[in-house]
Design a protein around this ligand. Structure first.
Ligand SMILES: [Zn+2]
Ligand SMILES: [Zn+2]
Length: 383
């Protein structure tokens, strides 16, 4: 059965591939922008382009200092915007605006890359490393400590009444909401996951293999990634409620001797390594959670499935239609376990998801099939 579905996905993919776009003749022919925060993520997008176009021929608007890569994904000409590492939010917003001016017909911006996730959402979804979260809304929150006598007066970080405060809840454009509603349909979600698996299977094995040699490890929420006994770090030794020093983020679990006794190795019950797609809330905090305790609090109170940087929020001011697609490469608990390999894989799963969604489901408002004949409307979903 599985083999049958794989072959069917392959057939559908080759059908799509045959619909190769004509070479664009001007910057007006580009209708989708993709923005990635890291070169690793941009590389993953380049690998799923059907074709690439010369950026030196397209040119850009006077005053636009951005760097672009151009290509096609199914029926769309796509602009990939290269963002420098650690860019300030206002700079990212300005880059998105400059892109829109150079390519005035872009009406969808897709934010693609990898981020941390919650191992279990408030719903029934179990999220594994390499799975993809497509954002249904973006919640911005800040941590606030509530003591027994009111907000902000508690020194005790383990106080169970600790709360976070939601400062913004961005809902998507109605057209994006409708797209997400379509992707909720089980048949489409399964077809999406099959399509992603097929794309991943065609990538060079040194570019984004499932990290088979590694374990998908999730530590107990209360087991903190911190300086352990024997260290002179007072903040970590006196840690309460998961608040630890900032330095620990530079060290791996091996370097800090995080014990294997306190994690579980996760995997899909089917035994497959095929990434799943989840639709849910992406949370943006003042900083990413540094412990499973912080993460679980945000998961419950903000309904978060994934924890992102502010990039998606700041570019939302430049485009009405923004779709955020994130591969999960850690469990947002501060532990650093083989992060680079998982980040590479999660970037590839997110890029493959973006490719299938755009190729199979994104239709521009003004697009029409001209001179179509019977058969042009072949179903894009198998039996
Ligand atoms: Zn420390
Ligand atoms: Zn650790």
């Amino acid at each position: 059965m599985e083999e049958e579905r794989r072959r069917e996905a392959e057939w559908k993919r080759s059908e799509t591939q045959s619909e190769v776009l004509d070479e664009p003749t001007s910057r007006d022919d580009f209708t989708i922008g993709i923005i990635c925060a890291l070169p690793l993520e941009a590389g993953a997008i380049l690998r799923v382009f059907d074709r690439t176009w010369s950026v030196t021929r397209s040119g850009k608007r006077k005053g636009d200092t951005n760097q672009y890569s151009l290509g096609s994904l199914g029926p769309h000409n796509v602009v990939l915007v290269h963002i420098p590492k650690d860019v300030e939010p206002f700079e990212a917003a300005a880059m998105a605006t400059a892109c829109r001016k150079s390519f005035p017909n872009i009406d969808l911006l897709v934010v693609v890359g990898a981020c941390g996730g919650a191992p279990t959402s408030t719903g029934t979804d179990e999220i594994l490393l390499g799975d993809v979260v497509i954002s249904t809304n973006i919640v911005e929150y800040e941590n606030i400590t509530y003591g027994t006598n009111g907000a902000g007066d508690s020194e005790d970080q383990s106080d169970p009444s600790l709360k976070i405060s939601i400062i913004d809840d961005r809902q998507p454009h109605p057209e994006i909401r409708n797209l997400l509603s379509k992707l909720e349909v089980e048949e489409y979600r399964e077809a999406l996951q099959d399509g992603m698996a097929e794309i991943l299977s065609r990538l060079p094995t040194n570019k984004a293999p499932y990290p088979l040699a590694l374990e998908d490890r999730c530590f107990e929420a209360g087991y903190i990634h911190k300086h352990n006994d024997g260290s002179t770090c007072a903040m970590c030794i006196d840690e309460k409620g998961g608040r630890v020093c900032e330095q620990v983020s530079r060290f791996s679990c091996v370097e800090l001797s995080c014990t294997r006794d306190r994690h579980i190795v996760r995997g899909r019950s089917s035994g497959e390594n095929k990434p799943a797609v989840h639709l849910g809330t992406i949370a943006i905090g003042e900083e990413v959670p540094r412990s499973g305790i912080e993460r679980d609090r945000a998961t419950i109170e903000a309904g978060a499935m994934a924890f992102d940087t502010g990039l998606a929020a700041c570019v939302s001011d430049s485009f009405d239609r923004v779709l955020v697609i994130r591969g999960i490469f850690h469990y947002s608990d501060g532990h650093r376990h083989e992060m680079e390999a998982w980040q590479k894989y999660a970037s590839a799963t997110a890029a493959s998801c973006a490719k299938v969604v755009l190729e199979e489901h994104w239709v521009r408002e003004d697009e029409e099939l001209e001179n179509f004949s019977p058969g042009d409307f072949g179903a894009d979903l198998g039996s």
